[in-house]
Design a binder for this molecule. Structure first.
Ligand code: SAM
Length: 205
C-alpha cells in the first residue's frame, strides 16, 4: 500500500507546509463560508480522507452540534487528528475508503476533499458512496481537475513535481458533474479554488 506510506510521511508537515498548507486552509475556509452563505444544515457527516482533521476542528468550532465520521488510510494522519480533536461526536476510522461499509442513509453529508484523484474509477467510487447518503443530503467535492490544457499541465506538475504521488487519476469537472447528475443529484455550487481545483456541492434528490 504505497499511498499509506506516502501519506504517513506527509502527515508530520501537512498542516505547516508553507505552500500547500495555505491551499488546504483556504479550502476549509471556503467550505465554512459557503455552508453559512447557503444556510446548509448538516448533522451527520462522513469525511473520506480526512487527513489531519483540520477541517473537523474548524467545523466543531462553528457547528458544535454535528457528528463526524472521519476516515483516513494513514494512521499517522488520524493520530494527529485525534490528538487535535477531543470531542465525543467524532469517530475516527483508519481504513482505505474502498474497504468501507456503512448502512444505507447513514449520513446527511459526505466530504471528498482533495483525494478524489486517488480513486481511479469515478463510477465505482460514486456507486459505493451513493447509498450511504440520505436523500436531500450533500456531497462536497474539492479536487484538481484537468479541464483544459493549462489545468492539465497543472495536474501533471502536481503529480510529477509537487506531490509525486503514485496511483493518481485526475478527472474532468464536467465528466464528474455529468456522472453525479445521472445519479439524480443537483449541482448547487461550483467554483474554482486556486485556479486548478474545483469546489462542487451536490444535493441528492
Ligand atoms: C491531500 S490529503 C487531503 C486531506 C483533507 N481532506 C484536506 O482536504 O485537507 C489526502 C488524504 O486522503 C487520504 N487518502 C488517500 N486515499 C485514501 C483512501 N483510499 N482511503 C482513505 N483515505 C485516503 C490520505 O491518507 C490523505 O490523508
Amino acid at each position: 500500500m504505497q499511498n499509506k506510506e506516502y501519506f504517513d510521511h506527509w502527515a508530520e508537515h501537512y498542516d505547516n507546509n508553507i505552500l500547500w498548507g495555505h491551499y488546504f486552509k483556504y479550502c476549509y475556509k471556503q467550505i465554512i463560508r459557503i455552508v453559512k452563505e447557503k444556510n446548509i444544515k448538516f448533522f451527520n457527516i462522513l469525511d473520506l480522507g480526512c487527513g489531519t482533521g483540520e477541517l473537523e476542528r474548524q467545523l466543531f468550532f462553528q457547528f458544535p452540534h454535528i457528528e463526524i465520521t472521519a476516515v483516513d488510510l494513514s494512521d499517522k494522519m488520524i493520530n494527529i487528528a485525534s490528538n487535535k480533536i477531543k470531542n465525543k461526536n467524532i469517530k475516527f476510522i483508519i481504513d482505505d475508503a474502498n474497504n468501507l461499509h456503512f448502512f444505507e442513509n447513514s449520513f446527511d453529508t459526505i466530504f471528498v476533499l482533495n483525494n478524489l484523484h486517488h480513486f481511479p474509477s469515478l463510477e465505482i467510487f460514486l456507486e459505493k458512496i451513493n447509498p450511504w447518503l440520505k436523500s436531500n443530503g450533500y456531497l462536497f467535492i474539492i479536487d484538481p481537475f484537468k479541464d483544459n490544457l493549462i489545468k492539465t499541465i497543472w495536474c501533471f506538475l502536481l503529480k510529477h513535481l509537487f506531490f509525486r504521488e503514485k496511483n493518481v487519476h485526475y478527472h474532468k469537472t464536467q465528466e464528474l458533474i455529468f456522472k453525479i447528475q445521472n445519479l439524480k443529484y443537483s449541482l448547487i455550487k461550483s467554483n474554482s479554488i486556486y485556479y486548478f481545483s474545483s469546489f462542487l456541492i451536490f444535493r441528492k434528490n
